[in-house]
Write a protein that binds this ligand. Structure first.
Ligand SMILES: [Cu+2]
Length: 172
């Protein structure tokens, strides 16, 4: 059972996703960014990467400035062509192209970030079983223990590996 916190940590780390904004279309005026974002669930720890030509830039702005495509008062801005943002906490984040006309043409992105322990409103019921039971839980006869079963199997593999190492080094 002492491996359980480690497993939870690994689960959260391994589930972090890197999203390339607009996929192959990239951060561009011709990319349908609304459609790109629509079927995605962004979680804390995920990274979104903007890749774009020198005619564009990316600025993080407030909701009001996002709605009005106000590109003069920004929270953060970059024009390197390769800009990433880590989703550090739940909530809404708003990005626009620094060229106001591009923003007005639809080159803007709203990302809703959900917390790892919060149920997301749509599209991620399959992510919930990955949240392990709290360590030290005494509900050993909980019927919903498929996740626990996986954890125990991984623990056994890890233990077997260490046993094997111990044996190997013991023989040397
Ligand atoms: Cu642009």
């Amino acid at each position: 059972m002492e491996f359980e916190p480690l497993c939870i940590h690994l689960t959260l780390t391994c589930s972090a996703t890197l999203y390339l904004v607009g996929d192959s279309g990239g951060w561009d005026i011709s990319t349908d960014l609304d459609s790109w974002a629509k079927d995605k669930t962004f979680s804390v720890g995920d990274t979104i990467l903007f890749q774009y030509s020198r005619y564009h830039s990316v600025s993080e702005v407030t909701k009001e400035n996002y709605n009005g495509c106000n590109t003069t008062n920004v929270l953060d801005s970059n024009s390197s062509g390769n800009t990433s943002f880590v989703m550090k906490r739940p909530g809404d984040r708003y990005f626009v192209c620094g060229n106001r006309l591009h923003c007005l043409g639809g080159m803007k992105l709203h990302v809703n970030v959900v917390g790892n322990e919060t149920a997301s409103p749509v599209g991620a019921p399959q992510a919930q079983p990955r949240v392990a039971l709290p360590p030290g839980s005494s509900k050993s006869n909980n019927p919903a223990n498929s996740a626990t079963g996986k954890g125990i199997r991984v623990d056994n593999v890890v233990l077997a590996f260490f046993v094997l190492l111990t044996v190997l080094f013991g023989l040397m």
